[in-house]
Unconditional design. Structure first.
Length: 280
């Protein structure tokens, strides 16, 4: 169904220096409500409402999905170490000792077969908190340095940095999606606006999206600051547990950096599995 209306527009023009009111009649074709919502600001706003209605449940579901599977994705390629492990039982006992001194429940311990030296805390309430240690790290650090690094990772678990970091990181993601949605909607609506009200609505959506974009950028800076802060708290836990022994954390980081520089210069996958040294 197509409806047709006649609009009369009055405006003023100058003819030979005299101001004359001119009335112009023109036909403006208005389509049925179904079609106009397909291309006008009303239709776009309906789509926007639908998008905003589904975005928050979708992001919550995505966060829960990520929260559940992340321990298995992060720890892929590794195996769990138990106290009776003939090769790495000493490592489990070391982690348990540091955890008890930090007054937390000992996490599960995993040795990760990866081509870079690293240790990291991960996991959740379902899978259990975990500490992953890669084989190159076991090769390049002495027992004091390894102890300081593990105390650092236990500090992350003690202060619940894993959960907090994932949650805080989700906020800029949500706002970034909303910002992109509003700005794209505003750009499109400007070209499809049928009258001044729709044009103002489009400009408002564009402005709000831009403001949210700025807020997202500021929050990303905050996330970087928070990441640095939680590293400081983890370092402090290493100091509380080890005292002066936590100074070995500095030499451990230096060894990791030197190792990574050598890998960049000579990108060869070392067969470190055969050269694992015992530190028990």
């Amino acid at each position: 169904m197509v409806l047709q209306k006649v609009f009369i527009k009055r405006y003023t023009r100058f003819y030979h220096g005299c101001k004359t009111k001119v009335i112009i009649e023109y036909d403006y074709l208005i389509r049925s409500n179904y079609y106009i919502r397909g291309h006008s600001i009303n239709g776009n706003s309906s789509l926007l409402h639908i998008s905003l209605f589904f975005i928050f449940p979708a992001l919550v579901i995505f966060w829960l999905f990520q929260w559940i599977i992340s321990p298995y994705v992060v720890g892929r390629g590794g195996y769990e170490v138990f106290p009776n492990d003939p090769q790495y039982g000493w490592l489990y006992n070391l982690v348990r000792k540091i955890a008890e001194e930090s007054k937390i429940k000992p996490p599960r311990v995993f040795v990760i077969d990866a081509p870079y030296p690293n240790a990291f805390a991960y996991g959740n309430r379902l899978s259990g908190m975990r500490v992953g240690i890669t084989l190159p790290l076991l090769n390049i650090l002495n027992i004091d340095e390894l102890t300081a690094v593990i105390a650092h990772e236990i500090g992350h678990i003690k202060h619940t940095h894993v959960e907090i970091g994932m949650t805080i990181g989700l906020i800029p993601t949500v706002l970034g999606y909303i910002s992109t949605l509003l700005m794209n909607f505003g750009y499109l609506a400007i070209f499809l606006a049928a009258d001044e009200i729709e044009l103002l609505f489009a400009i408002a959506a564009l402005a709000i999206g831009f403001v949210i974009f700025i807020v997202t950028f500021i929050l990303q800076i905050f996330v970087l600051w928070f990441n640095r802060l939680r590293e400081s708290y983890a370092d402090y836990n290493s100091f509380l547990v080890l005292g002066e022994g936590s100074k070995a954390l500095a030499t451990a980081l230096a060894k990791i950096e030197i190792y990574m520089q050598n890998i960049r210069i000579v990108p060869v996958y070392w067969n470190y599995s055969d050269s694992t040294t015992s530190k028990g």
